[in-house]
Design a protein around this ligand. Structure first.
Ligand code: OGA
Ligand code: NI
Length: 286
């Protein structure tokens, strides 16, 4: 990221663009978050887990907060780089995520214990992330994260003090598919516990998601209206039941809901039915 401040800005922006368009993932170094803080957070998180392997509580040190604040700032900085690359005005993505109460930022600590027969279990099944942009601080020794690229699973290797960034479904919607959320998973390892801290920079619950008009207008007719318009909270309700499935049926279901809402009160009941019972799209069609 340091290169963004100097002569190498243009090729670095190109790299980020290529990553967003073709990988859905990139690994950031020289991101400005101090290595000392990262080491401290990693040490405390691991110590806490070793003492309380079954507990879901966090260590109550202030470092974790400090770290989360830095990551949130970094997420906003990245959103603006993405705006620049994709051809949106600065601040567009942050604004799109704002809703009435601002974006949400959440952090999830995970531990993946070793398994002597890793082929028998799944650490974290394949999925795309539902939200905006995700920042992952992963264990610098124990690997396991993989992304799907052209039908093949590719390792996202640990790199000390790096932060792995990936694109969530909402950025795919807003960029009208220019940037893609990519399937990823965590496979179990035979040796060593893997720790990860995933931070999710997501739209506020009432933020309305839709492809940025500036990007849609440029497309030819076929590409114009591929993504639906919906309230982020509705998407999350659907995602809760369909996380480990492909994202396309989720977009389809939101599209069906969108046309149902446009049809008026009868169809509105249908859309609440869809939410309440988590009906899938094929049932709705029937
Ligand atoms: C996730 C995720 C990866 C990891 O929580 O959505 O992909 O390494 N986590 O824990
Ligand atoms: Ni994920």
């Amino acid at each position: 990221m340091e290169k963004l401040n100097g002569e190498e800005r243009a090729p670095t922006m190109e790299k980020i663009k290529d990553a967003c368009e073709n990988w859905g993932f990139f690994e950031l170094v020289n991101h400005g978050i101090s290595h000392e803080l990262m080491d401290t957070v990693e040490r405390l998180t691991k110590e806490h887990y070793n003492k309380n392997p079954r507990s879901r509580t966090r260590s109550q040190e202030g470092y974790e907060k400090e770290f989360a604040e830095k990551l949130e700032k970094l997420a906003e900085q990245l959103l603006d780089l993405l705006c620049e690359n994709v051809g949106l005005e600065k601040g567009y993505l942050k604004k799109a995520f704002y809703g009435s109460k601002g974006p949400t930022f959440g952090t999830k600590v995970s531990n993946y214990p070793p398994c002597p027969r890793p082929e028998l279990i799944k650490g974290l099944r394949a999925h795309t992330d539902a939200g905006g942009i995700i920042l992952l601080f992963q264990d610098n020794k124990v690997s396991g994260l993989q992304l799907l690229k052209d039908g093949e699973w590719i390792d996202v290797p640990p790199m000390k003090h790096s932060i792995v960034i990936n694109i969530g479904d909402q950025l795919e919607v807003i960029t009208n598919g220019k940037y893609k959320s990519v399937m990823h998973r965590v496979i179990a390892q035979p040796d060593g516990n893997r720790m990860s801290i995933a931070s999710f920079y997501n739209p506020g619950s009432d933020a309305v998601m839709y492809p940025a008009p500036a990007l849609v207008d440029k497309e030819d007719d076929q590409q114009k209206q591929v993504y639906p318009k919906f309230v982020f909270e509705d998407y999350m309700k659907l995602y809760a039941g369909l996380k480990f499935q492909a994202k396309e049926p989720r977009f389809e279901a939101m599209k069906a809901m969108e046309s149902a809402v446009n049809l008026g009160p009868i169809a509105n009941n249908l859309s609440s039915l869809l939410q309440e019972r988590r009906l899938c799209l094929c049932e709705l069609r029937c």
